[in-house]
Design a protein around this ligand. Structure first.
Ligand code: SF4
Ligand code: SF4
Length: 128
């Protein structure tokens, strides 16, 4: 399960994610993180069965969490199978099948947005 975790700048200086790993024993995969002058935001992946525990612990530490049920949204009707998204995606989300039709493995997406900008047919958007 993917979660977006947001914490204040003050919290951003503290190891919130590391603290939750230590407290819960749950292994957390940090897929993307960004900290600016006001707040920090991280995209993390946790085992489905531990999601509630991780969220509760993070929120007890002052962070907010949001569950992501979808990541990259693909509009098959707009896609022309040009392959531009395949070459730009750092996560190998896209590939061609035997018939050279685009296939999408949404679970690998880290919401970087590169493919959305690269697609000439506006077939891709992000679930934010
Ligand atoms: S948003 Fe980034 S990681 Fe996700 S599918 Fe697009 S290029 Fe790949
Ligand atoms: S860049 Fe857009 S049109 Fe091209 S294969 Fe990817 S989703 Fe389809």
């Amino acid at each position: 399960m993917k979660l977006i975790v947001t914490f204040s700048r003050k919290r951003g200086r503290e190891p919130v994610i590391a603290q939750v790993v230590r407290d819960t024993g749950v292994l957390i995969n940090v897929e993307r993180a960004q900290i600016d002058s006001h707040e920090g935001e991280a995209l993390i992946e946790v085992p489905d069965e531990a999601c509630q525990l991780v969220r509760e612990r993070m929120e007890a530490l002052g962070a907010t969490t949001r569950r992501l049920d979808r990541t990259i949204l693909f509009d098959r009707n707009e896609c022309v199978d040009c392959g531009a998204c395949i070459s730009i995606c750092p996560q190998e989300v896209f590939s061609f099948d035997e018939a050279w039709r685009l296939t999408v493995d949404e679970s690998r997406c880290v919401l970087c947005g590169k493919c959305v900008l690269a697609c000439p047919h506006h077939a891709l958007s992000l679930q934010l």
